[in-house]
Design a protein around this ligand. Structure first.
Ligand code: PPS
Length: 580
């Protein structure tokens, strides 16, 4: 194998952009040699980091931080040679994997499909002090902070540091023309004659306030605009990037012709507030920008366990201001813009004249308006953005949901589920699937018995199918015994990520079920012919989170199904009468 080039790991800011992609012959050589090397399967975050290392967005980094760089970044926001760098970019691995590697080894870095993306030449193997890192980088060790939660609860215990040689950039199949490397964007700005470029970072859909803010910044600094949203990893619960990018595209012609560009950044955010703002500025400088907008609560992590914000709203502006000279990026600070109805104008919140009425709509309120199909005013967002959001977030009565029955054998689950199915089909306009216990046991779980392990497997299969139906806008009705609380809760979580979920506990007492004994199973269970029978020789954990409880000793199946229908109506899941 050819000896490794002796380049330095780092270059100061202002140097050439780093490009870690090797040529074809070196790539072939590395691939051949990698047959004998250990392989590390990169996490989603690590794939994002590797992409930005490879394409130079993280210049001057040439690899994952070694111990000395890591400690220096953590404590002083600088690499060991003094270059400003605020965020640890580390390759965390399991203790087991770290045990299979020695300093001086090379390892293959692979994506989830097993494609070899790069080689790491391991210089350093070290265990980070995670609490200390959290305190130093994020200012807190509270795991409610998403960056801290990731570090403490997900990241592996050992870091591998060293230089990277990349064979290929990770492949993206979506919005390909918008994914531009720092080199490509710099070249594009040069071609377009953009000398000054102000970058706008975002992880949210852009509404009128954002566009107004960017236009003001551009005018003030006589600069062109780069709308540079993050599409890698943002804050859990954010609007998905497909929807957001369609929204960004929809408003690009609101900027004066030939003065604005849109490109996507596959960054894995840490929600690190002030330090992250400095990091974002460095990344934008690498993409050829001269100015960087920092608004209120930049890269904010949300609230701590006590409901308090982790950072002050303008802490990020203050920190970046200290370093803008050193970085050669002009920070463009912005106060929150609000809409003043009397003047039909957006203005910073602290400039609103007394006796006028500032308006704004929070993210929560916007979600609520979408869910209930209420109007989204034009002063707040452009009709084309509202249309995209409505496509992705239809009102509740067009969203998918799951009605999940639980209860003892013979409690009446299936009968009520069938009655509900008929009623929903009579109303019409929706696709409904009944995952009846016996059909599931026949088609999905025929090999399973009734041990805890098998029951859990059975329920998680039902939950998975229900979540897929829900995600695709259908209605799933499930009616298994589902005796275990933790399993039911896991299903709720999975389905709620895709749409609505309603847990119905059919609370028919064991004595009543046993007396009915429609299938004769209770008698067999009592006689010990059927083992592990729920309620007799196997547990049933009563739910503490049921959205609706039915007692069939008082209610007929017809009445119970009607009650559930009314519950669904109250929650907004039934279509309003036509014409409304
Ligand atoms: S589970 O626990 O949710 O996986 O069970 P489920 O898939 O709903 O299957 C329950 C039906 O299987 C019959 N059956 C038993 N139930 C409980 N315990 C044991 N050991 C058992 N063996 C067979 C029973 O008919 C259940 O149907 P339902 O409709 O609930 O009466």
């Amino acid at each position: 194998m050819r000896p490794l080039p002796h380049d330095h790991l780092i270059e100061p800011h202002g140097g050439e952009l780093v490009d870690l992609l090797v040529d074809q012959s070196r790539a072939a050589e590395l691939k051949e040699a990698s047959r004998d090397w250990p392989s590390w399967d990169l996490t989603d975050r690590q794939v994002c980091d590797l992409e930005l290392l490879t394409n130079g967005a993280f210049s001057p980094l040439r690899g994952f931080l070694s111990r000395s760089d890591y400690e220096s970044v953590r404590d002083d926001m600088r690499l060991a040679d003094g270059t400003l760098w605020p965020m640890p970019v580390t390759l965390d691995v399991s203790a087991e994997f770290a045990g299979s590697v020695s300093e001086g080894d090379a390892i293959a870095l692979r994506d989830a499909e097993g494609v070899m993306l790069a080689v790491l030449h391991v210089d350093d193997i070290f265990e980070p002090d995670k609490e200390r890192e959290a305190e130093a980088v994020f200012g807190t060790a509270d795991p409610h902070h998403p960056g801290v939660g990731y570090l403490l609860n997900h990241a592996g215990p050992v870091n591998l540091g060293g230089r990277v040689e990349a064979l290929t950039l990770p492949v993206h199949y979506d919005f390909r023309t918008l994914r531009r490397t720092p080199t490509e964007l710099r070249a594009e700005f040069a071609r377009a004659g953009f000398r000054k470029v102000v970058a706008f970072q975002t992880r949210n859909p852009m509404h009128r306030a954002h566009v107004e803010l960017i236009l003001r910044a551009a005018k003030e600094h006589e600069a062109n605009v780069l709308v540079h949203p993050v599409v890698g990893m943002t804050k859990p619960g954010d609007v998905d990037h497909y929807t957001r990018v369609r929204c960004y595209q929809a408003v690009m012609d609101r900027y004066p012709r030939n003065t604005a560009a849109l490109a996507l950044l596959n960054l894995a955010m840490r929600m690190g507030g002030p330090r992250e703002a400095v990091w974002h500025a460095i990344i934008r400088k690498n993409h050829g920008c001269t100015h960087f907008i920092v608004g209120r609560d930049h890269a904010g992590p949300g609230a701590d366990g006590g409901g308090q914000p982790f950072y002050g709203p303008y802490d990020a502006q203050e920190l970046l201001q200290k370093y803008e000279g050193e970085l050669g990026v002009t920070m463009v600070p912005f106060r929150m813009l609000v809409y003043v109805e009397d003047l039909d104008e957006y203005m910073p919140e602290d400039e609103v004249p007394a006796a006028t009425r500032p308006l704004s709509i929070s993210g929560t309120e916007l979600r609520d308006r979408l869910a209930t199909g209420r109007e989204i005013p034009e002063w707040f967002t452009y009709p084309e953005v509202a249309k995209e959001l409505r496509r992705s977030y239809p009102p509740r009565h067009q969203q998918g949901y799951t009605v999940f029955f639980t209860g003892l054998s013979g409690s009446g689950k299936s009968t009520i589920a069938n009655a509900l199915l008929s009623k929903l089909l009579e109303i019409g306009g929706r696709r409904v699937t009944l995952l009846a216990g016996d059909l599931v046991r026949k088609h999905l779980s025929s090999e399973l018995g009734f041990s805890r392990e098998h029951r859990d497997l059975n329920i998680s299969r039902i939950g998975y199918v229900a979540s897929e139906i829900t995600k695709n806008g259908g209605i799933a009705i499930c009616a298994p015994i589902a005796p275990y609380d933790t399993t039911r809760k896991a299903i709720r979580k999975m389905v709620e990520a895709a749409g609505g979920f309603m847990l119905v506990f059919v609370d028919t007492p064991l004595e009543v079920c046993e007396e009915r004994d429609r299938k004769g199973l209770y008698a067999k269970a009592r006689a010990g012919i059927i083992k592990e029978f729920t309620g007799i020789s196997d547990p049933y954990e009563v739910p503490d989170d049921a959205d609706h409880v039915v007692d069939t000793t008082d209610e007929s199946p017809e009445e119970a199904a009607q009650e559930i229908l009314l519950h669904l109506e109250r929650q907004g899941y039934l279509a309003p009468p036509s014409g409304v």
